[in-house]
Design a protein around this ligand. Structure first.
Ligand SMILES: O=C(O)CCC(=O)C(=O)O
Ligand SMILES: [Fe+2]
Length: 331
């Protein structure tokens, strides 16, 4: 990677220039209304979802039925939280990844705040909401409302994704309904610089699917086919959906996790990643239906708690990604 130098205070620092393809990516757009219909329209939409998952690891969703006041309410609640004083936010500061609510400010080596995040569990809502911040005043109400509706969409999408893999309609239904939802609110501050900088490093998400709501563009995805980073264009009223590590495991690698990152431009940006999976201690296993002689089981079983153990030990020792740790050798 090329490197650019710039002066920050008195220190000269070296930072990598962000490489990105000139053309933003063109992603499949799924009309959610079609999934709610029966018969041929629905099965065509499911096929389209299957192709999107296989080719891109992600897609965009329109006609999702979430009212603009709910999405903007949630984004505003997150941004109002990030605008609280450092003392108010400090109450939630913790390095313990198992805390029901956790706030963290991530600084770059030039001491600029790159990203603030607030992470909390959201399903079952009644179990978690009383841990959430009480200020800003309407935080719980607005985030709770969005969390509830986005979860319904996640269940509908998971159902369709599993069907596109040829797994029956009852496959994992109950386990998904009882499953976990983690909401990650990200705040990226405005930067008065001409070149974009990395706000969130490349990674994949651990659950089955993530639904991302964003106030403006800034999400980049790694396109495996062209082997380059591409910007996801800003399309109003769409939700971005991508595949996480556990769906790759379930599908025996047919649908790959999406590697993505967030980039800071000259605007303040807020995003909410809603991550959905099985419950915390439920092991995710590869569907037997997708294992045969040509496609031997490629991944070890693991749960969300295993993931937390993995990143806790990785924070201490450095090392590989979670999904790499699950790969069975010989595949
Ligand atoms: O801010 C974004 O666009 C990405 C956020 C994200 O990837 C995450 O929270 O896992
Ligand atoms: Fe992510």
């Amino acid at each position: 990677m090329a490197a650019a130098q710039e002066m920050v205070g008195l220190a000269r620092i070296t930072r990598p220039v962000l490489q990105v393809a000139a053309e933003p990516v063109s992603l499949p757009v799924i009309d959610l209304g079609q999934l709610r219909k029966h018969s041929r329209t629905r099965s065509l939409a499911i096929q389209e979802i299957g192709r999107a998952c296989e080719r891109h690891g992600c897609f965009q969703v329109i006609n999702h039925g979430i009212h603009e006041s709910v999405t903007w309410g949630a984004l505003e609640a997150a941004s109002d939280f990030f605008n609280l004083s450092s003392e108010e936010k400090a109450e939630f500061e913790s390095k313990d990844l198992r805390k029901p609510v956790r706030y963290e400010a991530v600084y770059k080596n030039d001491c600029h705040k790159a990203r603030e995040l607030l992470k909390h569990y959201a399903h079952p809502l009644g179990e978690w909401i009383h841990f959430w911040p009480m200020t800003p005043q309407r935080y719980r109400e607005r985030m709770g409302r969005y969390g509830r509706v986005v979860r319904k969409i996640a269940l509908l999408l998971m159902d369709s994704i599993l069907e596109s893999l040829g797994l029956g309609p009852a496959y994992l239904k109950e386990k998904l309904e009882e499953g976990m939802q983690v909401m990650v609110m990200n705040g990226y501050s405005e930067r008065s610089r001409s070149a974009p900088v990395l706000g969130l490093a490349p990674h994949s998400d651990y659950g089955c699917i993530t639904i991302l709501l964003q106030s403006c563009k800034g999400l980049h995805i790694f396109d495996e086919e062209s082997e380059c980073w591409r910007e996801v264009p800003e399309v109003p009223d769409t939700l971005h959906v991508h595949i996480g590590d556990h769906l790759e495991v379930m599908s025996n690698g047919k649908y790959k996790r999406l590697v993505h990152r967030a980039v800071l431009n000259s605007r303040t940006r807020t995003s909410i990643a809603s991550i959905h999976g099985l419950s915390m201690n439920e092991k995710v296993t590869t569907a037997e239906e997708l294992v045969d002689e040509q496609h031997p089981k490629g991944y070890r079983d693991s749960s969300f708690l295993d993931f937390l153990d993995f990143i806790t030990s990785k924070n201490k020792t450095g090392g590989s990604n979670f999904i790499d740790s699950l790969m069975l050798t010989g595949n």
